[in-house]
Design a binder for this molecule. Sequence first.
Ligand SMILES: [Zn+2]
Length: 251
Amino acid sequence: VTLTPDHTGPSAGGESTAAGEGTDVLSRPLRLVLLGGPGVGKGTQAELLMDRLGMYHLSTGDMFRAIGAKPPETLTPVMQQAIELISGGRLVPDETVIELVRHHLEEQDMGRGILFDGFPRTVPQAEALDRMLEALGAPLDAVLDYELEEEKLIERLSGRRTCLQCGASFHVLNLPPKNEGICDHCGSPLIQRTDDRPATVLVRLQTYHRKTCPLIDFYRGSGRLIPVTADGAPTTIAQRSIEALRRHLGG
Ligand SMILES: [Zn+2]
């Protein structure tokens, strides 16, 4: 692992800084966590921030998918356990997730900074992450928490239409298909997933808030939480995130 400590400027590899912004506080390698419930567009923000800041993106969703795609004989016992739990529809315990993230971190060159997406999900995971990063001399800089009013989230989520054939996603207001109810990519019919019906959406939002509240409190309490309003176009939200980060980090 080659996490670059604070304030040392570009790493020896020379490719660590973003966008040539001179003495910009954001040009050093940053360690960030992204938080946000269903419908806030956290995945899109992760992509945009990664492009803008040039950091490594650790998505635990991608991590689990990658583990699932490995040949079974290459799996470690912890990986095997995680796959069994996930395929059985069960929750992966904190210590297993932490072990997998630790293993994943060891395999990456993170001198350009890192964006955690989907991890941590609980306070014990957050505490473990702090210990891992402290041990590397590269503590967490900030936590971007994407927030949007419930009504807007419901509108956003319940307008979503999905192609069962190719998985493409559309939105009746924000991203309508060329022909109503038909996938632009493969011509199959679009459906509204059960998950995206308004009543289900409300339950998903409430569950998310109940589960995430302690984590939000944990980061707010340690002065690392940056709330970001997830309203508007994705690029606008990304710009808002960048400005909030710059203010928070004192640039
Ligand atoms: Zn399709």
